[in-house]
Ligand binder design. Structure first.
Ligand SMILES: [Cu+2]
Length: 115
């Protein structure tokens, strides 16, 4: 009987340890134009639970390593849209987007420059 309790306790502890540290590496598209966008996106994601973040200005791909027990994918997308950038699944509020510097207005390519 004691052995069974011990085994159950060991299983419970190992399950909780694995739940505490769920490192996920993924990438998805984030729209932006320039180095200022890169800075803005990466600073927005400099937050608890995010271990590594890198946005590529040419491919528009965001590479991210995060702890899924501390931050969710939905929260990550929200952090990005909150600073005015669209992701492949979420759209930034227009009220934030229109206040971006002109060079960062990725939705209207006619009015943007590409370095
Ligand atoms: Cu920009």
């Amino acid at each position: 009987m004691k052995n069974i309790i011990l085994i159950i306790a060991v299983i419970a502890i190992s399950l909780s340890v694995s739940a505490q540290n769920k490192t996920v590496k993924t990438s998805f598209k984030v729209y932006g134009n320039c180095g200022m966008c890169k800075e803005r996106i990466e600073v927005a994601l400099d937050t608890k639970g995010i271990k590594e973040v890198e946005w590529d200005v040419d491919t528009k791909m965001l590479q991210i390593v995060y702890d899924s027990s501390k931050i969710s994918m939905q929260q990550i997308h929200q952090k990005i849209t909150a600073v005015g950038h669209d992701t492949e699944s979420d759209k930034a509020p227009d009220s934030i987007y229109v206040n971006l510097p002109k060079c960062c207005l990725f939705r209207d390519n006619k009015n943007t420059h590409h370095d």
